[in-house]
Design a protein around this ligand. Structure first.
Ligand code: GDP
Length: 299
């Protein structure tokens, strides 16, 4: 928790540090204060619509005199952000075996690392976990996944580079059924240049997975780099349009992130953050907890 907190204090440097500056020495709430907060939220990548929603809501409370002091205003902001982020984020329940998770996201966001971290977490929970090397576009991606799988000591289903990604994942589901594996985590390609083809490939993976297991995939998780600001929002919108995400894995919260973007993303998509990554190490992943997150942002 300490590590997360340290990470978040960096992440939220702009948002929270900025808020502290704005509130410093203020004795009352005036229009100036609300405008400064609005500008800070927008420049911290919270997104214009979500910012307006938050600020309008507190402005109404100020007008109704239910918020009287800057201290109360700060608490109201905290509550607004908590309410946005506090969507049920437990993993989708099923009795299916394997539990199929498809992990999508743009290259470089931390997809492979997050898959390895999740595999370790499930393994530690006593679940028989397997990986599928569905990023068949780059030989290096397959190799990299295998290196992680070795380290975590879980099996990988793979084919050579250039093979059909949907076929790899179909095989992996079959193999997991035969071997009575509990969880299958599937890597996918994340090339940004050919978005249309990528989305078609992901749709095909999902279609083909259902042939082997009708309720699969149980989770479609999008990995987003917290340092990428407004870019993360446009990526999330695009992926959600095409593949119906069940959750977000937010990585690099230990970096100097523009941490505000996740507030706007969750508000707009209503897709919960399921896991957060806060370092390059294998244990640097945790289920997301909205209360801890907001506490760390504000304290
Ligand atoms: P992929 O291309 O999406 O599969 O991304 P990788 O998993 O290869 O990660 C890209 C880089 O980001 C690697 O150098 C990782 O070590 C790093 N990385 C991934 N997650 C985190 C994180 O939570 N924090 C930090 N600091 N680095 C991360």
């Amino acid at each position: 928790f300490q590590k997360l907190k340290e990470g978040l204090s960096k992440t939220s440097g702009k948002l929270v540090g900025g808020m502290e500056n704005i509130f410093l020495g203020r004795k009352e709430i005036d229009e100036d204060l609300l405008e400064e907060l609005e500008e800070l939220f927008i420049t911290s990548d919270v997104g214009v619509e979500t910012t307006m929603k938050i600020i309008d809501s507190v402005r109404q409370q100020v007008d109704r005199k239910t918020l009287k002091s800057p201290e109360e205003l700060k608490l109201a902001l905290k509550e607004q952000i908590f309410n946005i982020l506090n969507i049920d984020n437990s993993l989708v329940q099923t009795t299916d075996r394997p539990y199929v998770m498809i992990v999508v996201g743009v290259n470089g966001t931390g997809k492979t690392t997050s898959i390895a971290k999740m595999a370790k977490m499930f393994k530690e929970q006593g679940l028989k976990t397997c990986l599928a090397a569905g990023d068949t576009f780059r030989a290096a991606a397959i190799d990299q996944l295998c290196v992680w799988a070795d380290r975590v000591d879980v099996p990988v289903v793979k084919q050579s580079a250039g093979s059909d990604s949907a076929a790899v994942i179909f095989d992996a589901i079959q193999s997991c059924k035969a071997k009575e594996m509990d969880v299958l985590i599937c890597d996918t390609a994340g090339r940004l240049q050919t978005k249309v083809n990528l989305m078609k490939e992901l749709e095909k993976i999902i279609r083909v997975a259902k042939k082997e297991l009708p309720d699969a995939p149980h989770e479609v998780l999008l990995v987003l780099d917290a340092t990428s600001g407004q870019n993360a929002l446009s990526q999330a919108v695009k992926f959600h349009e095409d593949v119906n995400l069940t959750g977000i894995v937010l990585t690099k919260l230990d970096g100097t992130a523009k941490g505000g973007s996740i507030i706007g993303i969750v508000d707009e998509l209503k897709v919960p953050v399921k896991f957060i990554g806060f370092g390059e190490g294998i244990d640097d992943l945790k289920p997301f907890d909205a209360k801890n997150f907001v506490d760390a942002l504000f304290d």
